[in-house]
Design a protein. Structure first.
Lengths: 189, 739
């Protein structure tokens, strides 16, 4: 590993209730030099006909990443800090296994480039002691990057959760979602 | 002067709008910039801190500025993309002149200046001084705002100077002056984050001031109750404790009824009312009949919700009330503002920690720009041009005879009327795009066609500039140093990141040369922006907006200074009225009786639906710059007609159906967006587009009698389904404002 200032005390928290659907995160993400003006985070309306509610879709950085596990080319790498990196360009064969396997529907195949691309937690910034671009600019702080102590102090009515249940399968992630106080797991049936 | 010099398609081909995108790998130098310049975003009254990346005198990217205390790096999509203006292919790089049948041709500055000054002289000698008018704008810095006021009165010697703040916060300013004697938000946003109850009335904070959302969410993290007053479920309203879906035009009925509930339940601060206010009895007398049944009819809000709102407000210990254009853009905009202030005064929650009130200014310098004299009735320091002592003080600062100073002129929309009447024959404008932003814009366009001479200073060829005889290539926010005053009253520093490209010039230099050619060189010989600011400090000294103690050094070293700041030792004033000494002549805060009135135009059989207008998060005002930024256009490419499914079903309208919307002033077609997030009796169209996509073809030009703000927020319309589905081609070109 190259020398890094990646701080393991810092975590990424997503609170959908705070999202105002402004797309600042997408615009800022696309500015990253490794993303080639493509955003790795996506904001979508849940159902605009009935509500202005939006969701943010960003890589959850699974502790045991399905995308990496199913990659036949061994192109997706999880580093020592738990960050799951975008497919290694020379190795990726554009097979889309990762796109199909991800329980959160995160990786996108960039058809033109025949490459899988996803969020790498702004590794260039986070390894230099900065916050990821999306969580830096997010005007509502629906995306927050900081310590567990900070989030507990600032948001006493909600709890970070990083355990998800899809049917019988449990997935634990590096990224947390904020849920009502006392919640332990998000069950997705 | 005339119609467009050539077809609008040819003008668009030559000058845009074109959508600009950064190259896939970023602009040259974005990853190794020569410098990062600390400055602010240009796109709203929050003035978020941002760092611009500069390479070889071009702005090539941005980097968040984590240390600026208001936003700590946070930005909205407009802030992220704002860096794309300086390097834009549509950027005007030289003065241009109208050529009949052709469009525009490049000319020298000598030609541009010479022609402009000779036309100013010809028109003023033929028709009188006031026949040459000026329109300015409050996206300009304090220095430029100050200089426009001085230029109009000292060099042009015209009374007819006004500004686009007339479409912005004049109702709030008038209301604040009546109630408090001073026009500024009472507290910094730091207090907002600790308030127990927050009312947001007619302010689409999450789309128009997105970074302010963080302060409201922080308050809610601590248990604050949020009450949102808006005809639509705006993003801030989605999770609010109470959403009062007020019918457009019903605001003062709502606030009047809430005041009555406060009185009936004795949720009042009697000590504050007795010791520090006047006018309480007349004010509650005015609302004594506004019971809940009456209120439900006139507001369209369920009476239980009105009672609950009053109860939350009445019982709170700390609170903040915010409003914006939603309640201000009315023929009774000042009344609406005063009815909000009455709620604040009745509960005495002002001038204390976590207790505040304020309007939120939409434009970049909506606060500072409305204080220093480019308004028809105002002189620097928020002085009054009809007050003899104020006139004498400013005449001395300007080294002119008081008798030479013009008096009060016409407001912006009244100038349009005066052009139609033939009283105004020539116009100079800067930072104002009235063909998009003024109501009933067919009438506005006809006025511009009647002008004998029109010169426009702008960075891009706006829809209005297309009608100019000469367009002088001016400067962007990032091309000229200065200060702006944020919506919380904080004076901050705008640093020039680059010099204007090509042969474009700084706005300040253009105005100084014009003034010199008009014979006033000695009064416009500023060596720097700081020199202008230093004269502004003196001009504001002793006024209600007193900047005398603010210096560039203090602003930069302290990350902004809140006015009033009357002396160099003074630390500034983040929270007003802690001493309970209000700036009114009697030192008291003034209640003002408000009796509910209907809007100018109410629905009837012919025009049965209420039309209201507003903004979307990815666009800024008339879109002169934001309709040129690709990703901002793509996020919301065209104005949509928001309509409730129940209303839509009456007309058989489905999402994407093309609907003709007709008012007594005009008609235009918009694709429908059928959503449950709007009142059943109201449709909404955002106003950022020009040409055939302009919502302001439909809106009404009736003015508030005091503030002279137009009634953008309510008129009556018909809906006529065209039977067609909106085409992709229409969506694709909407940003261009074609005709």
């Amino acid at each position: 590993m190259p020398e890094t200032n990646y701080n393991m005390d810092m975590a990424f928290f997503v609170d959908m209730q705070r999202c105002i659907g402004c797309h600042a995160c997408e615009m800022a993400c696309a500015e990253c030099e490794t993303n080639g003006q493509e955003s790795m985070i996506h904001v979508n309306y849940v159902d605009r006909a009935v509500s202005v509610q939006t969701t943010v879709q960003v890589c959850m950085h699974c502790e045991n990443p399905a995308c990496a596990n199913v990659c036949p080319a061994d192109a997706i790498h999880q580093d020592d800090f738990g960050v799951v990196h975008s497919a290694n360009t020379p190795r990726c064969i554009g097979c889309s296994n990762c796109v199909l396997a991800c329980p959160f529907g995160v990786p996108k195949k960039m058809e033109e480039a025949e490459l899988m691309m996803k969020c790498n937690m702004c590794y260039d910034r986070t390894s230099a002691g900065k916050k990821p671009m999306c969580a830096t600019v997010c005007p509502s702080q629906a995306l927050y990057y900081g310590t567990h102590e900070e989030i507990a102090r600032m948001r006493p009515n909600s709890t970070p959760v990083n355990s998800f249940k899809f049917g019988n399968q449990e997935v634990k992630t590096k990224v947390y979602v904020m849920m009502p106080k006392g919640a332990k797991q998000l069950i997705v049936d | 002067m005339a119609k467009l010099p050539t077809s609008v398609d040819r003008l668009i081909a030559a000058f845009g709008p074109h959508k600009a995108y950064p190259p896939q790998s970023g602009f040259y130098g974005a990853h190794e910039p020569d410098e990062l310049v600390k400055t602010h975003c240009c796109y709203c009254g929050m003035q978020c801190g941002i760092q611009l990346k500069v390479k070889e005198n071009k702005v090539v990217g941005f980097e968040p500025w984590m240390d600026f205390p208001y936003n700590e790096g946070r930005l909205c999509p407009k802030g992220v993309e704002r860096y794309l203006q300086n390097n834009h292919p549509d950027r005007l790089m030289a003065p241009i002149q109208r050529v009949e049948g052709e469009g525009f041709e490049h000319i020298s500055w000598e030609q541009a200046m010479g022609k402009t000054v000779s036309e100013i002289r010809r028109i003023q000698q033929t028709y009188g001084k006031d026949a040459f008018a000026m329109l300015s704008g409050v996206s300009l810095t304090n220095e430029k705002s100050y200089m426009m006021g001085k230029f109009a009165r000292v060099a042009l010697k015209t009374a007819n100077l006004d500004y686009n703040g007339r479409l912005c916060m004049v109702s709030a300013g008038a209301g604040n002056k009546k109630a408090f004697g001073l026009d500024r938000s009472s507290n910094s946003w730091a207090d907002l984050a600790h308030a127990e109850v927050i009312i947001v009335a007619g302010a689409n904070i999450s789309e128009t001031f997105p970074t302010l959302t963080h302060y409201i969410w922080r308050a809610r993290d601590q248990g604050a109750k949020l009450i949102v007053v808006d005809p639509r479920v705006i993003p801030l309203a989605r999770t609010a404790d109470l959403h009062l879906d007020v019918k457009p035009g019903g605001d003062s009925a709502l606030f009047g009824a809430m005041l009555k509930i406060l009185v009936d339940n004795d949720w009042l601060d009697h000590e504050f009312i007795a010791d520090h206010t006047v006018g309480f009895q007349e004010t509650i007398e005015a609302v004594k009949d506004y019971d809940l049944d009456w209120a439900e009819v006139h507001t369209g809000v369920a009476k239980e919700k009105i009672w609950e709102a009053a109860s939350l407000w009445g019982k709170a210990k700390t609170s903040f009330l915010l409003h914006a254009r939603g309640i201000e853009h009315h023929s009774k905009g000042v009344d609406n503002v005063l009815s909000c202030i009455n709620l604040v005064l009745a509960t005495g929650r002002i001038g204390k920690p976590y207790c505040g009130y304020g309007t939120i200014t939409g434009q970049g310098n909506g606060q500072g720009g409305r204080e220093h004299g480019h308004k028809c009735d105002q002189l620097p320091g928020n002085r009054d041009i009809t007050n003899p002592a104020h006139r004498q003080y400013i005449a001395d600062v300007w080294r002119i005879n008081e008798s030479e100073m013009p008096g009060k002129g016409l407001t912006a929309y009244e100038q349009i009327d005066a052009i139609h009447r033939g009283e105004i024959k020539g116009l100079i404008s800067i930072c104002f795009n009235p063909l998009v932003s003024l109501p009933n814009n067919g009438y506005v366009r006809e006025a511009f066609e009647k002008l004998e001479f029109y010169v426009c200073i702008d960075s891009f060829l706006s829809e209005t500039a297309r009608y100019a005889d000469i367009v002088m290539a001016g400067s962007l926010h990032e091309e000229e140093e200065g200060t702006v005053t944020t919506a919380e009253g904080r004076v901050v520093k705008i640093n020039a990141a680059v010099t204007p490209p090509g042969n474009a010039r700084r706005d300040g230099d253009i105005i100084m040369e014009l003034a010199a050619r008009l014979g006033e060189a000695d009064k416009f010989s500023f060596a720097s922006s700081e020199a202008i600011f230093n004269e502004l400090r003196l001009a504001s000294k002793g006024g209600t907006a007193d900047y005398f103690g603010i210096t560039y050094e203090k602003v930069e070293s302290q990350m902004g200074i809140f006015w009033p700041c009357p002396s160099l030792e003074h630390p500034g004033t983040p929270r007003l009225w802690e001493d309970r000494k209000f700036s009114t002549p009697d030192g008291k805060a003034h209640f003002n009786p408000v009796r509910f009135k209907l809007p100018t135009e109410v629905t009837d059989e012919d025009f049965p639906v209420v039309l209201t207008t507003g903004r979307v998060v990815s666009q800024y005002l008339s879109g002169t710059s934001t309709r040129r930024i690709g990703k901002l256009v793509d996020q919301y490419p065209e104005p949509l007609l928001e309509i409730h499914p129940k209303l839509a079903s009456r007309y058989g309208i489905k999402t994407r159906d093309l609907v003709r919307v007709k008012t007594r002033r005009g008609e235009a077609e918009f694709p429908a967006q059928v959503v449950e997030t709007i009142r059943e009796d109201t449709v909404f169209i955002p106003y950022h587009w020009g040409g055939k996509h302009a919502a302001n073809q439909l809106t009404i030009g009736n003015l508030d009698p005091i503030s002279k703000i137009p009634e953008f927020k309510v008129c009556a319309c018909q809906l006529i389904p065209t039977g067609e589905v909106a085409s992709a081609a229409l969506t694709e070109t909407a940003y261009q404002s074609d005709l």
